[in-house]
Design a protein around this ligand. Sequence first.
Ligand code: NAD
Length: 297
Amino acid sequence: MVAQIIDGKMFAASVREKVGGHVARLKSEHNIVPGLAVVLVGEDPASQVYVRSKGKQTVEVGMKSVEHKLKAETSESDLLALIKLLNNDVTIHGILVQLPLPKHLNEDLVINSIDPTKDVDGFHISNVGLLGTGQKSMVPCTPLGCLMLLRDHYGSLSGLDAVVIGRSNIVGKPMAQLLVGDNCTVTIAHSRTKNLPDVIRRADIVIAAVGRPRMIIGDWIKPGATIIDVGINRIDKPEGGTRLIGDTDFASCCEVSGAITPVPGGVGPMTIACLLANTVTACCRANNLQEPDGLTA
Ligand code: NAD
């Protein structure tokens, strides 16, 4: 079998188009412009790239983009004061604090100071609880992107066996909640899981969110299964320089699986597209307007 390649780049473009269409309607029919504020503390190069890319795509879909770049030594009270201002700003519908934060700042405290209705990353404890109890919430962007790809591929996920490898708060756990919500039978595997290959072999859907290059090989995959590779690993190229690869051994997994997301070009582009989707969803909720279909869980 040669796996179908799930084109996340193309799907993300269709999500952005849908968001853009909704933004245009909000403007023309209600004179509302959704606004996203991104807060970056410090000079981490990877975070700077992400923030730039988020700002660019926000503007491209017609939304207002605000960037707050703070010095690495910013005090917790100054950061909390900025978040309070953004919470009270009616032109801002989404607030994202780029993680990781410098060590002297308490990440949980900072994230939980964001108004949960503006928490477009879906990391606020209220949103975690709402998602866990199957209620309307802001859904973390990367798992939401994976869910959209799976729904598009299968139509219904009901009754499928899914394995999520990784139990982080930002990917693994919310991913598992979303799959349960779509009636999958879900196993969460992690660093202490025994017989990982056997656990993976039972799954119709494999979500790899570990951060270990090429860890999952084709021999562990049930024939015809769908693989969603969340992993982003930078490796050295033999000819010099570096490149990104996922958590799966792409070549051997392609021979056995029915469908697979590539790295890059799979889950990655979906994450920012879902951030834009969450911002437009938050804007609609804040204004008691109907939310666009298909942009949330
Ligand atoms: P994390 O380090 O917080 O979690 C990794 C998880 O993998 C842990 O729960 C751990 O138990 C599990 N694990 C580690 N070794 C294992 C092993 N040998 N067997 C089974 N499980 C094992 O990482 P994270 O933040 O969840 O991110 C995971 C990966 O996804 C990383 O590569 C990250 O860069 C990537 N990521 C991608 C996106 C995207 O937009 N595509 C977004 C977030 C994270």
